[in-house]
Each structure stands twice: as structure tokens, then as C-alpha cells.
Design a protein around this ligand. Structure first.
Ligand SMILES: Nc1nc2c(c(=O)[nH]1)N[C@H]1C(S)=C(S)[C@@H](COP(=O)(O)OP(=O)(O)OC[C@H]3O[C@@H](n4cnc5c(=O)[nH]c(N)nc54)[C@H](O)[C@@H]3O)O[C@H]1N2
Ligand SMILES: Nc1nc2c(c(=O)[nH]1)N[C@H]1C(S)=C(S)[C@@H](COP(=O)(O)OP(=O)(O)OC[C@H]3O[C@@H](n4cnc5c(=O)[nH]c(N)nc54)[C@H](O)[C@@H]3O)O[C@H]1N2
Ligand SMILES: [Mo]
Length: 648
């Protein structure tokens, strides 16, 4: 049957005990990003629904949710596929290190230099900057001020209302132009620290060499006001007519979130109910959907939250104090999270199981096939959920293919997903994916991944659907059915954010809480992704660690180093009010003054048990609470939640 042997459950999985004491929603599960595993991650979601556990979505857990998308376009996220990268006339990459973080695809970006131009805007001379036609260094978190405009859509009009009264209305563009008078070239140069001449020249080039493609990277939007930056940057492709066309638009390349077709049949059985709770509400022990008696048990896979997630120290403290009573982890590496777990379920790797994947850069369905049988006691996610269901409730077990072995059940589920996936999977069969990757269908010609093609060419109202949410759950974000740069809800007005303005870093968060932080801590800590790891995965790979001299590194500008008497290769401590970490110094003139860059992902055991994530803090921006639809299925239509950032 492929179920786990009983001895793995010897410390009894105490779901029954916790449920009795606190209710089933006190057990929280997480599956990280959906796109890399529709079958086994789906099994977790399915049982979570049946058992009525709480579930967290990877999108806000990681801070990867780009909030300008729902605010401006009414979708969760969109992007050009990498096959479109050679097509723009002009590409501006703002804070996305594609050479490292999209390594297998980046040759397509290099192609774009042949017929177009590639500009990288980044406070760091990162690998992508080194390959670009031009690098513009700006101060951290000032991108919103950079986004300029062109065009004329101004004017004021008399508009008759349904009650026959007449009001004077001005266009959004007029308001925007008025607001932009505050952002003269000189002011923008001063805010961003980039030369006025460069800003002006790039603005003219971008406007005249269309289609324009903006790549707005996760690290850049994972700031408190990342939504404002995204709303401002969206203006550029919109005003230059670069939306809905091949090679144009704005793209955000974070993790593999995008659910590319309807997964409801497998993920959301009608017998179940899912209680989606934002991960930050869990960290803050509160929020609109936080279970009344709290979250007392965690059961997770595909992640290492005790190193990798915001406020990992809070998680450790709560586990140590007994507030979190039980942690179970499903992994094939003995990570820091496994060390903190009561039970570790040995998981299969991608070489040992069947799985169906389809990711954001690649609109293809791909079948993972086992190269070897599972080693030792390793089992798949489906086997784990079947093992738990068998011991918990025969009714739940009955909905998890009890009569089939693990391989047969996995293939049956893939077949079901393909048959019920909707327009995107129409005509695609298991036999086809067994032969190789199969392109999903889209509404653009040749099934290409060109966001908003239908909206621009066929005048279909915004937004297109965002799986797995039903359309009304996201359509309510852009009530006009159009791209919205002006937001007139009360909260936007109260915050002065009805138009995309620039707001300085930390003023609404860190400095509000501790005004002294402004003078006490003068360096800004950025934790970028490493070439040698995917987050903390491969942290324990000795060959990759050898390439790094077995040393975690911190990069800083020569002037900042000199001021502090720091020499190359010194072991330094980085600290703030919340915590500290240590690393070896690299003196790097490419790193902008005032910025400190740590390559994240080292397990705690390589950092004397001190975590880079003890310095970070995720603040909840109130506006985000109303603009996030978590992974709700088509069977449910409510929504709510929040997005997060992780820096600062
Ligand atoms: N090798 C590798 N690849 C990965 C990952 C990995 O861990 N390792 N992780 C994957 C995942 S889940 C994600 S979310 C992505 C992350 O992908 P990226 O966002 O590309 O990753 P980072 O290296 O963190 O950041 C890119 C750049 O953003 C810059 N930056 C930071 N703040 C600002 C700002 O305010 N303005 C501007 N203009 N630039 C700024 C940094 O200096 C850095 O050079 O990568 C994915 N790919
Ligand atoms: N300071 C700081 N913190 C960050 C970030 C940052 O840039 N700076 N980035 C944030 C972002 S964008 C993200 S996406 C998160 C990522 O955070 P995590 O998702 O926690 O990423 P990893 O640390 O790589 O942990 C993935 C775990 O899944 C396991 N795994 C891999 N494949 C499988 C599988 O098929 N089955 C099972 N069962 N397990 C598997 C691996 O062994 C590994 O232990 O980190 C966030 N945290
Ligand atoms: Mo991510």
C-alpha cells in the first residue's frame, strides 16, 4: 500500500488530542508553492480540508506576493514566459537578479541585447548588472520615485449621474500629472541617488524603443511599500502601449506559485472546508481569521521555516515554551526545522515519485517520473496523507484512493487533473505528458504566455481569472473592469495612496516603533538569494560549500568598511534590536554605500545557531489585508488575508 510503517508514528501524531483541546483549526499545515507539485501538495490540501485544519499559503508566507497586481490589474500575479524575453525593444530589470535566480532561462534575456537594450537598476553590481547594456545604481527602496511618465490623457469633464445631477470629473491622468509635479528630475535624482541625466535618457529610450518589458523582482517588492513601487512601475508599460503585446509588460518572477489550471477536483473535495490563515497572523498570534484558541500544531513539507521564514526566532521561542505543542515535518534533509520537530516523516525526492508540475516561467505540463524506487522509509506526500487518514478517519481515507498503490493512485490523480483542468488542459492526456512536456493552452495566439492579450485585443474586461480563486473573488479588486491607477477606497485615501506615490523606507514601520533606530542603525540589511542554494536547500552540500570557502559572506562598500575599521575577510557581527548574525566581510565597491548584503539560506548550524532571519521583521500593511485572495478553491468564494514583506 505504500503507507508509512507504524513505527514512524511511535510518538503518536497527536491530532486527536489537539483537536479535542483546541479544535481542528489549531493544527496548521503548509505546502509552500503549489506549481511544483499538483499531486502530493494537493494531497495535503485535500486532507487539510477534510480534517478542517488551518492552512497557510506559501505566497504570503514567503513574502512573495506582489500586491500591486491585485490593486492595479485585479490578478494575483502575471508574467511573460521566458521565451518572450528576446522580444522587447527595451528591458528594464529592477531588483531581480535573473542571472542567478533564473539561471536556466537567462540566455533568453541575453538574446534581448541583440535587437533591444537591457538596463539593470540595482543598488548592487549583481551578476545581472554585469551582463546588462547599462547598470544604474540607486538607493535601496526608491524605485517608486524613478518611474516617470509621458503621454496626454488629461482634461476635466462634466458627468451626469443616475440621479440626474451633474458633477465635474477629471481624468486619472490629470491627477497623476498634478501629483508628478512634486517629482521633478532633480528631486528624483536626489531621492534615488541616480544622476538626473541618466534618468532622463533612460526615460526617453524606454518610451521610444517599445515594446517595453519591466522586470520587477521579488527582492525589490518585498519592502513594506513594495505595492507603491509596483503601481508606479506599471505605469511605464501601460503608458507606452506595451501591455498585451508580445515582449511587453511587467513581470514578477518569484517562486512557483501560479496554479495554471483548475485543480479543484483533486484539491477541494466538496466534503471539506479550508480555513486559510495568513502566515503572518500565525506569527503575530492574531488577525481576522486566526483560530480562536490559537495554532498549536504545525505539519509541513517543502519548507524550512525555522531558518527561512520571517521571525524564525519567534517560532523557536514559541516551540521551546510549549506554546506550539507539536511540530511534524516531511522532508528528505535533516534541516533546522526537522531538528525542531517532534516527528520527521522521511520524504521522497523528485527522483523517487510521480508528480505533475507547471511553473510560472514555463507554461508546460511536465511529468516527473521516478528514476529509482523510494529509498529506506521514504514515502510520498500522498502516502503520508493516506497514512494519517487511515489512522484518523475511514471516511477521509475513502477519498484518497485506498484501493490503489501509491504509483497507481498518483497516475490516477494526474489523469483526473488533466481531465478536469479546464480550457488550459483541454485535449492533454496522460500519454502525452508521458512522452514529454506539453504546452498548456492560453487565450493568446499560439498558446503563448502574453498577459492580458484578450483584454487589450478583444476588449474583454479586466481581470482574467487567477487560479484557484473563482473570478468574482479577484474581479472585485478592479471594479471598473479596467487597469486601475487611481484607488478610491477609504483606506487608500486615508493613507494618501490613491495614486502611486513614493514613501520613504521604515518611516511607517521601524522608525515609528523605535525612532532611535534611524541613528542607531545606519546600514540597511538585504538578504539576497545565493547562486549556490535554493533558499536553504543544498545548505549541507559539501561541494557547493567548498566553492564558498565554507564561509557565509557579507558584502559592504569600501567606505562603510573603512568607517568601521573592517578589513576583507574579517568575521563581523550584524545586529539590530531583534537579533544578530555573523559572517565574513567582502569589501565590494559594487555594493552601494549604506547597503549590507548577506547571502541567505545557511542553516543555523553554520551560523552558531544565530539566524539572519532573527533580524528581519514582517510588518503587515493594512491595505494588503483587503487585497489578497489566498489559495481558495472554486468551491468556495470568500476571501481575505494579507501579504508581507521580509526586509527590515
Ligand atoms: N539560485 C537561486 N535561484 C532562486 C532562488 C534561490 O534561493 N537561489 N530563489 C527563488 C525564489 S523563491 C525567488 S522569490 C526568487 C528571488 O529572486 P530575486 O528577487 O532576483 O533575488 P535576490 O537575489 O534576492 O534579489 C535581486 C536583486 O534585488 C536587489 N534589490 C533589493 N532591494 C532593492 C530595491 O529596493 N530596489 C532595487 N532596484 N533593487 C533591489 C538586490 O540588490 C539583488 O541584486 O529567486 C528564485 N530563484
Ligand atoms: N532573510 C530572508 N528570508 C527569506 C528570503 C530571503 O530572501 N531572505 N526568501 C523568502 C522566499 S522568497 C522564500 S520562497 C522562502 C523559501 O523558504 P523555504 O520554502 O523554507 O525554502 P528552503 O529553505 O529551500 O526549504 C525547502 C525544503 O523543502 C525540501 N524539499 C525540496 N523538495 C522537496 C520535495 O519534493 N518533497 C519534500 N517533502 N520536501 C522537499 C528541502 O529539502 C528543504 O528542506 O524563504 C523566504 N525567506
Ligand atoms: Mo520566493
Amino acid at each position: 500500500m505504500g503507507l508509512y510503517p507504524y513505527h514512524i508514528f511511535t510518538k503518536p501524531f497527536c491530532q486527536k488530542k489537539i483537536t479535542k483541546k483546541y479544535g481542528s483549526e489549531a493544527i496548521a499545515t503548509t505546502i509552500q508553492v503549489p506549481g511544483t507539485g499538483y499531486v502530493h501538495k494537493g494531497a495535503f490540501v485535500r486532507l487539510a480540508g477534510l480534517a478542517q485544519w488551518t492552512i497557510h499559503h506559501g505566497y504570503d508566507q514567503n513574502g512573495d506576493l506582489p500586491m500591486f497586481w491585485p490593486m492595479t490589474f485585479g490578478v494575483q500575479t502575471e508574467e511573460l514566459e521566458s521565451l518572450e524575453w528576446p522580444n522587447p525593444g527595451y528591458t528594464i530589470v529592477l531588483g531581480s537578479n535573473l542571472v542567478q535566480t533564473r539561471l536556466p532561462d537567462v540566455h533568453h534575456l541575453i538574446e534581448a541585447k541583440k535587437t533591444g537594450k537591457v538596463v539593470v537598476v540595482d543598488p548592487d553590481f549583481c551578476s545581472t548588472a554585469s551582463k546588462a547594456d547599462e547598470w544604474v545604481s540607486i538607493k535601496l527602496d526608491t524605485d517608486a520615485a524613478l518611474a516617470p511618465t509621458h503621454a496626454d490623457l488629461t482634461g476635466s469633464y462634466k458627468v451626469e449621474l443616475t440621479d440626474n445631477t451633474t458633477v465635474e470629473a477629471v481624468t486619472v491622468f490629470s491627477l497623476l500629472k498634478e501629483m508628478l509635479t512634486e517629482y521633478s528630475l532633480e528631486t528624483v535624482a536626489q531621492i534615488t541617488g541616480a544622476p538626473a541625466e541618466t534618468i532622463e535618457r533612460i526615460a526617453v529610450e524606454a518610451a521610444t524603443r517599445t515594446p517595453l518589458h519591466i522586470v520587477y523582482g521579488p527582492s525589490n517588492y518585498q519592502w513594506y511599500h513594495g505595492d507603491l513601487k509596483g503601481r508606479a512601475l506599471s505605469l511605464l508599460p501601460v503608458l507606452t502601449g506595451s501591455i498585451g503585446v508580445s515582449g511587453g509588460g511587467i513581470s514578477t518572477y518569484a517562486g512557483q506559485y501560479r496554479i495554471r489550471f483548475n485543480v479543484s477536483e483533486w484539491w477541494f473535495p466538496k466534503e471539506g472546508t479550508l480555513n486559510w490563515v495568513p502566515y503572518l497572523h500565525f506569527l503575530n498570534s492574531g488577525g481576522p481569521r486566526y483560530p480562536e484558541k490559537g495554532i498549536k500544531a504545525m505539519i509541513g513539507g517543502w519548507g524550512n521555516p525555522f531558518d527561512q521564514h520571517n521571525m524564525s526566532n519567534a517560532l523557536k521561542d514559541r516551540s521551546a515554551s510549549g506554546d506550539i505543542e507539536f511540530v511534524a515535518t516531511f522532508d528528505f534533509n535533516m534541516t533546522t526545522t526537522c531538528m525542531w520537530s517532534d516527528v520527521v516523516f522521511p520524504a521522497t525526492t523528485w527522483y523517487e515519485n510521480y508528480e505533475l508540475t507547471a511553473t510560472i516561467l514555463h507554461p508546460y505540463l511536465q511529468l516527473q517520473e521516478p528514476a529509482i524506487a523510494p529509498l529506506f522509509e521514504a514515502r510520498t506526500g500522498l502516502a503520508l496523507m493516506r497514512g494519517l487518514a487511515k489512522r484518523l478517519n475511514p471516511d477521509w481515507e475513502a477519498l484518497l484512493y485506498p484501493d490503489l498503490d501509491d504509483t497507481k493512485a498518483s497516475l490516477e490523480i494526474i489523469d483526473l487533473l488533466l481531465k478536469t483542468g479546464g480550457m488550459e488542459t483541454r485535449g492533454i492526456t496522460l500519454d502525452m505528458v508521458k512522452k514529454g512536456p506539453v504546452r498548456l493552452h492560453s487565450t493568446a495566439p499560439d498558446d503563448r504566455q502574453v498577459p492580458f492579450y484578450e483584454q487589450v485585443h478583444d476588449r474583454v474586461p479586466f481581470p482574467p481569472p487567477s487560479y484557484p480563486a473563482p473570478l468574482p473573488a479577484t474581479a472585485r479588486f478592479v471594479k471598473t473592469g479596467r487597469i486601475e491607477f487611481y484607488k478610491d477606497e477609504d483606506l487608500f485615501l486615508a493613507e494618501g495612496e490613491q495614486l502611486p506615490v513614493y514613501k520613504p523606507t521604515f518611516e511607517d514601520t521601524e522608525y515609528k516603533e523605535d525612532p532611535d533606530a534611524l541613528t542607531k542603525y545606519r546600514l540597511r540589511f538585504v538578504t539576497k538569494n545565493s547562486l549556490y542554494r535554493v533558499h536553504s536547500t543544498h545548505s549541507n552540500n559539501v561541494w557547493l560549500n567548498e566553492l564558498q570557502g565554507h564561509k557565509p559572506k557579507i558584502f559592504l562598500n569600501p567606505a562603510d568598511a573603512a568607517e568601521r575599521n573592517i578589513a576583507a575577510n574579517d568575521l563581523v557581527e550584524v545586529y539590530n534590536n531583534r537579533g544578530k548574525t555573523r559572517a565574513w566581510a567582502v569589501i565590494d565597491p559594487g555594493c552601494r554605500q549604506g547597503t549590507l548584503i548577506f547571502e541567505q539560506g545557511w542553516w543555523a548550524k553554520y551560523l552558531q545557531d544565530e539566524s539572519y532571519n532573527s533580524l528581519t521583521r514582517a510588518w503587515i500593511k493594512p491595505l494588503h489585508e483587503i487585497y489578497f485572495v489566498p489559495g481558495i478553491g472554486h468551491r468556495r468564494s470568500d476571501a481575505g488575508g494579507s501579504a508581507v514583506l521580509r526586509h527590515g
